[in-house]
Ligand binder design. Structure first.
Ligand SMILES: Nc1nc2c(c(=O)[nH]1)N[C@H]1C(S)=C(S)[C@@H](COP(=O)(O)OP(=O)(O)OC[C@H]3O[C@@H](n4cnc5c(=O)[nH]c(N)nc54)[C@H](O)[C@@H]3O)O[C@H]1N2
Ligand SMILES: Nc1nc2c(c(=O)[nH]1)N[C@H]1C(S)=C(S)[C@@H](COP(=O)(O)OP(=O)(O)OC[C@H]3O[C@@H](n4cnc5c(=O)[nH]c(N)nc54)[C@H](O)[C@@H]3O)O[C@H]1N2
Ligand SMILES: [Mo]
Length: 758
């Protein structure tokens, strides 16, 4: 099957090229399967064998009976809180067949489950923002200044972490028009200049014609403090703005000027930390004060140790410039991280599958899953609270791949040996499926009908099924409906509707929401016939915090003071060492300024992949076409390659004290010296399955990252704080096994080996 990009799309994604064959690849799951020894002993923690055993293919009835029986047993013995259904992950586009919505609705009907809070994308900044500005996703993202209010107004965009086009290929929920490149070109044509502050020059698209400043990774807060120092000491800070709209600048100043701790945060001080010449820092600060400046921060910066700090400091810098609430000024966190942030669309709240109410009140911070599994009952701090991990006995995952997304996979391999039962609905034999007990094959979005409605996207798409379900795969909804039937709450879960009736109900609600916003939509049949619909673009540009700027008394913020909090009394009162009352340079547990860099002198940037969505479609030809000798490509500066006698195309071993993986070397001066770039998402392929310390022969970056929260405030993932060393791999190349299924036994053969009958 050929995929033809949508005619109206100005910049179709290359990721789409990987879909057709990935959804028919050998790695698809064709039939329900159960880990071999689990069949004999369901519900018994396995010792150390998850991830290494063969699976037995069973009928749907056998698999669903097992799942329903286990859910009931665990709920009865340990209560609903012992069921982990946080099940984080992106799943696939589409409003109805969204796996997260389906599993959460199902488990809520069953009496609840331990959920997860926040996202891997921006947990640290989501926890921070309500204390200092307002809700993150509901305000900072949804109300982000639109591109039509940036173009023609903004003189300078200072981009911390760039605005990589590779990342704007996607949007949660789907998207129809890739708009970022167009907007950047328009802004550039109207005179906006760009500065890319990032370890990788290509994080700024060519169309920006950006200047490149490459600080050491994780040192941005120091650089920002020095910019603030120049603004303050050269009389460039907007005191009137700080007085009227902010609180706590006076509490921050003694730290900035060094009267509090004896260290003035001068450009010379910052140079020793971030490596950017002090003259360049001072020049940039003056330039920022000399015109309309927008400060943007990529989410990557806060997926690092103390990731809250650069986001807080960006807000402080923008406040000092006094342009928050003006067109083309202020700050934004996430431009380019997904397509659509800053698109001038109307605010429409589209309906989704209702998830019901979870009666288990305490979620875990999303990235703390390994700790929760390994240390039931252990205390931890989160956003000012002292909490305890629950005692998790059953894990049910649908639509996510923790063996892709979680830091420190060797630790996750151990954590996944703990629960009594692990159930996974999956499309492919991912490492997560391989570490489960019961695996249920799910359809892909090509195999079912759905609708894509995304607030930031001007296009609504009717997604037809274009191929029959693979093997015996079923929609998550059907799987959960059958389980609900077995568990006695089918009507609650389905409300008596089949999938088509659900789609109709969701679409009717969409029509009503849109009608209230002045937009008439056709019925579902007509929508299906047309295939897609365009929403009109909003005529009124949005400017983040413009109402607050117009009248801060009538439109206060939701922060404790109603203003922007440069100093937060709330955070200060916690006395947490890793997040003070105002932004600070706190270093990072692993970065190039640390003494650990002697042994592991390269900073690993495990950023988002260009050729796929996280781990999805990695088994397809497009992603595999980017590999070198079958290994994930890793990019390194020529000076670093030369110092190690390495050449383009070499297979290298990347290692640190936590783990190691192979990768294929790409030598390029688009990466700064001292940094190695290895995208996330290569399927985890341990040389010895089940052994937590095995090398990943394929190149999954998370065998190297450290599993520690950004701070006790956000407890976000901190993947971008990782040091490694590399060497050429001269041994015979181990085969890539992960794109083929694990050993699958037919039910009869398993009966013979285990002596069990079904
Ligand atoms: N080192 C490092 N690690 C990172 C990051 C990083 O920057 N560096 N980034 C983090 C971020 S921001 C994120 S968002 C996470 C992403 O982590 P995930 O969202 O977990 O990654 P995906 O690969 O998208 O996993 C989705 C899984 O759902 C399956 N799936 C898709 N559709 C369906 C469906 O309809 N039904 C079912 N049952 N399954 C389906 C796919 O096959 C896939 O295995 O990774 C995080 N991990
Ligand atoms: N093609 C594709 N696009 C995607 C995704 C995907 O899987 N594939 N995933 C999507 C998801 S879920 C998310 S959350 C977003 C994530 O969006 P981001 O978090 O912005 O994405 P990254 O690619 O991890 O990082 C962007 C750049 O930040 C730079 N960077 C890293 N650390 C530092 C640092 O300490 N300082 C500075 N100044 N720069 C740094 C890196 O050079 C990196 O290329 O991307 C989305 N877009
Ligand atoms: Mo993300």
């Amino acid at each position: 099957m050929d995929f033809v990009p949508c005619r109206e799309d100005p910049a179709p994604s290359e990721i789409g090229n990987g879909m057709a064959d990935a959804y028919c690849a050998a790695a698809r799951i064709r039939q329900p399967a159960v880990r071999q020894s689990y069949l004999d002993n369901p519900g018994a923690a396995p010792g150390k064998t998850r991830g290494s055993e063969p699976f037995v293919e069973v009928t749907w009835d056998v698999a669903l009976d097992l799942v329903a029986g286990e859910l009931q047993r665990v709920r009865k013995t340990h209560g609903n809180a012992s069921i982990f259904g946080g099940s984080y992950g992106w799943a696939s586009a589409g409003r109805f067949h969204h796996a997260q919505s389906q599993i959460h609705r199902f488990l809520n009907c069953f009496g609840g489950y331990t959920a997860s809070k926040d996202t891997y994308s921006y947990a640290a900044v989501s926890a921070l923002m309500p204390h200092i500005v307002g809700p993150f996703s509901g305000m900072v993202l949804d109300q982000a200044t639109t591109w039509d209010a940036i173009s023609g107004h903004c003189d300078l965009v200072v981009m911390f972490g760039g605005m990589a086009l590779k990342n704007a290929q996607i949007n949660a929920g789907g998207l129809g028009r890739h708009t970022l490149a167009e907007w950047l070109a328009t802004a550039r044509a109207q005179g906006t200049a760009f500065i890319n502050i990032s370890p990788i020059s290509t994080d700024a698209p060519d169309v920006c014609d950006a200047e490149w400043i490459a600080p050491r990774p994780n040192s941005d807060t120091a650089l920002m403090l020095a910019l603030a120092y120049v603004l303050q000491t050269e009389g460039l800070a907007d005191q009137a703005f700080l007085d009227r709209y902010c609180v706590g600048y006076d509490r921050f100043l003694p730290y900035l000027l060094g009267t509090a701790d004896g260290i003035a945060k001068t450009p010379e001080w910052a140079e020793t930390i971030c490596g950017v010449p002090s003259g360049a820092i001072a020049k940039l600060a003056r330039r920022m004060a000399n015109g309309r400046t927008l400060i943007t921060v990529a989410w990557a910066l806060q997926r690092a140790d103390h990731g809250e700090q650069p986001c807080w400091m960006a807000v402080v810098l923008a406040a000092m410039l006094g342009q928050i609430g003006l067109p083309g000024g202020g700050f934004g966190i996430g431009y380019g991280c997904a397509n659509g942030i800053g698109n001038p669309t109307h605010d429409v709240r589209f309906p989704a599958l209702p998830q019901g109410r979870n009666q288990v009140p305490d979620p875990i911070p999303v990235a703390r899953i390994s700790d929760a599994l390994l240390s039931p009952g252990a205390p931890y701090r989160f956003n000012g609270e002292d909490r305890q991990y629950p005692d998790l006995r059953l894990v049910y995952w649908a639509g996510g791949n923790p063996f892709h997304h979680q830091m420190e996979l060797p630790k996750l391999v151990r954590a996944f040996q703990q629960p009594e039962t692990i159930i996974v609905n999956e499309i492919w034999w991912t490492a997560t499926a391989r570490h489960a007990d019961i695996v249920l094959p799910a359809t892909s979005s090509l195999e079912r009908r759905d609708i894509s409605l995304v607030r930031w996207d001007p296009m609504m798409v009717h997604m037809d099924a274009v191929q029959p379900p693979y093997g015996e795969a079923r929609d998550d909804h059907e799987i959960f409906a059958d389980l609900a039937e077995r568990l006695g709450f089918a009507d609650d879960f389905t409300q008596g509707r089949d999938s088509q009736q659900w789609l109709e109900a969701i679409w009717e609600e969409t029509r009503s929401v849109c009608r209230n916003a002045g937009l008439e939509l056709p019925d579902l049949k007509e929508f299906a016939a047309q295939g897609k619909l365009d929403r009109p673009i909003s005529e009124t540009p949005k400017i983040l915090l413009s109402e607050f700027r117009a009248d801060p008394v009538a439109n206060p913020l939701s922060t404790p003071s109603g203003r922007i909090e440069i100093f937060s009394e709330v955070i200060d009162a916690w006395n947490d060492k890793n997040c003070a009352g105002h932004p600070k340079w706190l270093g990072s547990y692993e970065w190039l300024g640390d003494r650990k860099a002697k042994e592991h002198p390269l900073h690993l940037i495990s950023n988002q992949p260009r050729t796929r969505l996280h781990s999805q479609l990695d088994c397809g030809a497009h992603s595999r076409g980017s590999k070198i000798e079958g290994r994930e490509p890793a990019m390194l500066n020529p000076a670093e390659a030369k110092a190690r006698g390495l050449e383009n195309g070499d297979v290298i071993r990347i290692f640190n004290d936590r783990g190691s993986c192979l990768a294929g070397l790409v030598v390029s001066d688009t990466v700064m010296p001292g940094v190695i770039q290895l995208s996330t998402g290569a399927w985890y392929d341990p040389e010895e399955p089940g052994n937590p310390d095995a090398m990943c022969v394929h190149g999954n970056a998370n065998v190297l990252t450290r599993d520690r929260g950004t701070s006790t405030l956000g407890q976000g993932p901190s993947a971008h704080s990782t040091l490694v060393e590399i060497m050429r791999f001269d041994d015979p190349l181990p085969p890539i096994k992960v794109f083929n299924p694990p050993i699958l036994l037919p039910a009869e053969a398993a009966d013979e080996t285990t002596g069990r009958t079904q």
